[in-house]
Design a protein around this ligand. Structure first.
Ligand code: GUN
Length: 298
């Protein structure tokens, strides 16, 4: 048996094409495009690169975008003031503050300053609560992308045992809640394992669908999964590789080479979950724009 390789690049391209089409319809109907504001504090090269890619996606899909770059020593009050400016700006429908923030800025204060209707990351406690109680809302982008990957690749989680390894607010907790919903494309039996789990293999072996969001290269090995498992690898880890021109390469949290031969389906790294995050950010921004404009009219 050879595993189905879940092509996140292709699925993300499909979603981007759908969003581009729907954004064009939005712009034609309203006379202005959906708008997304980025706030980037400091000079973390990875954050700079992510924000550049997101800005590029806006241009490609016909969205208006603004990037506010602030120096590392910016005060929390200045970040909050900028957020309030974007909260009031009718041309801006989504606000994304790139994380992590410099240490002296309180992340929760920043997240909670964003108008929940413009919170396209789905990190505001209002949106987290809406998700947990099963109300329609903006869901965090990476977890929403994982659900799309499962459904669009023909691996519907309904009735399946999903084991999530990792309990972060960005991936582990929201994906567990998304797949727990009593809705089509969800309705799974969900277990969350984490650093406090004593016998991790006991749990990972019982997974129909394993979602690895651990942050450690190749942490999930062949012995830890059962034959026929569907694997979603959220990890992005750079490891040394003398045979590569760069001297390093990206690998996931799953040991792809040993797990793929016994899996039913598996996402590659790169080209699996990664491309989905920006696609879902664009989908969320369009959704936020549509909802704000409908409520303004009403
Ligand atoms: N940093 C890493 N992932 C994310 C994300 O999904 N959103 C934001 N705002 N920052 C991040």
């Amino acid at each position: 048996m050879s595993a189905q390789i879940i092509d996140g690049k292709k699925i993300a391209e499909d979603i981007r094409a759908e969003v581009k089409r729907d954004a064009a319809a939005f712009t034609a109907a309203r006379g202005f495009p959906p708008g997304l504001a980025f706030i980037l504090v400091g000079d973390n090269p990875a954050s700079q690169s992510y924000v550049r890619s997101k800005g590029k996606a806006c241009a490609e899909l016909g969205f208006h975008s603004v990037t506010e770059t602030m120096p590392t020593d910016t005060s929390e009050a200045d970040v909050l003031r900028k957020i309030e400016e974007f909260n009031q700006d009718r041309n801006i429908h989504g606000i994304l503050v790139q994380l992590p923030l410099p240490k002296k800025i309180n992340e929760q204060n920043v997240i909670q300053a964003i108008d929940p209707h413009k919170d396209v990351d789905g990190f505001h406690p209002f949106n987290v609560g809406q998700l947990v109680i099963g109300e329609e809302t903006l869901f965090p982008c990476t977890p929403a992308g994982i659900q799309e990957l499962l459904v669009r690749s023909g691996n519907d989680p309904s009735g399946k045992h999903v084991v999530v390894v990792g309990r972060s607010n960005i991936v582990g907790k929201p994906i567990a809640n998304i797949l727990l919903q009593k809705k089509p494309g969800a309705n799974a039996v969900v277990t969350i394992a984490h650093t406090g789990t004593k016998d991790l293999t006991l749990f990972t072996k019982s997974a129909d669908i394993l979602i690895a969001a651990i942050g450690r290269a190749k942490a999930i090995t062949r012995e830890m999964v059962r034959e026929g498992v569907v694997v979603i690898d959220v990890g992005i880890n750079r490891i040394e590789d003398p045979s590569s021109p760069k001297g390093s390469r990206l690998v996931g949290d799953v040991d792809f080479d040993s797990v793929a031969p016994i899996a039913k389906a598996i996402t590659p790294v790169p080209g699996g979950v990664g491309p989905m995050t920006i696609a879902m950010l664009m989908k969320n921004t369009l959704k936020a724009a549509e909802r704000q404009e409908v409520s303004r009219k009403a």
